[in-house]
Design a protein. Structure first.
Ligand code: ZN
Length: 317
């Protein structure tokens, strides 16, 4: 199944192929796990297909699936962190070999790992490509791409998946439906957290710790700190779970109980919401959001966490 965004990309290329208005170079950008590689799989079929539809069944499509179609070159990073220039030189040579069909499709995965030297080597090729060449670069982060390259490619941004699309591709029990929100529209994240058996424990710890903190004496911040430090390997998930829980608390305090995401924690939500004005609930939500970013950067983790807990205690008095 493809997301609406992936379908849009395939349709774009279908249309451009049919009307002969293909550009020479594209960048498909979007966060890691949003489904760029899957979209590229479809493009491979589209370019290789004997029927011109990407049917998946003809000899052209089958050869593309097996990676045995010489008109399709796909570079992937493998275990490495960065592309080596030798691979790009080899690629340039291959691009200049005439294709069997009308086009030669060159897909470069993880283009954000190309580095300046590789990009400069590619630049010449993208500036004056052979007429048959179509480059598709898949990129997590456009800031890593040189402006000289960016100015010569058409950028297609892949938006996050809609919740309905995520539900269709990865059906989950009601008790786990909060994972759709935790995934933030990223199908890769969703599949990974859905198979993460520890995650629900981590979430319980984060929420329980918060609930205890809310009713504790001022010294409770130190207990919370201990609980969080024990789980510091999963800090990002703890913060994510807390932020989502607090967003639910805000919903309850605004009288929108039906919109709550983590329905299994509704009692905890209501207990906290009962002690807060909507304004204070909003403050907490904002705090969780801003702290997630800060704590990610902060070197002194204990101090950053303590500050967050103290601010929480200030809001819930
Ligand atoms: Zn086909």
């Amino acid at each position: 199944m493809l997301s609406a965004q992936q379908q849009k990309i395939v349709s774009h290329f279908k249309g451009a192929l049919a009307s002969d208005t293909l550009r020479h170079a594209y960048i498909i950008s979007g966060s890691s796990g949003v489904g760029k590689k899957r979209a590229a799989d479809e493009l491979q079929l589209l370019f290789a297909c004997n029927e011109g539809t990407g049917c998946g069944n003809c000899t052209g499509c089958k050869s593309a699936k097996l990676g045995a179609n010489s008109d399709i070159i796909r570079l992937s990073l493998g275990e490495k962190n960065v592309y080596e220039i030798a691979r790009i030189r080899e690629l340039i040579k291959k691009v200049h070999e005439k294709p069997k069909g009308k086009h030669k499709l060159i897909i470069i995965e993880d283009a954000h790992c190309l580095g300046q030297i590789c990009q400069n080597a590619l630049l010449k090729l993208i500036e004056e490509p052979p007429g048959y060449a179509v480059f598709v670069l898949l990129c997590d982060n456009l800031f890593t791409i040189l402006p000289t390259v960016l100015s010569r490619v058409m950028t297609i941004e892949m938006q996050p998946w809609k919740k309905k699309e995520l539900e269709a591709i990865c059906p989950l029990d009601l008790s786990k439906s909060y994972l759709y929100d935790l995934a933030e529209g990223n199908v890769g994240t969703l599949l990974s957290i859905a198979s993460d058996s520890e995650l629900s424990k981590v979430r319980d710890t984060a929420i329980d710790s918060f609930v205890r903190l809310a009713s504790s004496s001022p010294y409770g911040v130190y207990d919370a700190l201990d609980e969080w430090l024990v789980n510091k390997e999963r800090l990002k998930d703890m913060l994510g779970a807390l932020a989502l829980f607090l967003a639910d608390v805000l919903l309850v305090s605004l009288g929108r109980k039906d919109d709550v995401v983590g329905t299994d924690k509704i009692r905890e939500c209501e207990a906290i919401a009962a002690r807060l004005s909507p304004k204070a609930a909003l403050k907490l939500t904002e705090l969780a959001g801003s702290q997630t970013e800060r704590i990610g950067r902060n070197e002194n983790l204990s101090m950053a966490l303590l500050t967050m807990f103290m601010k929480i205690k200030e809001i819930i008095t």
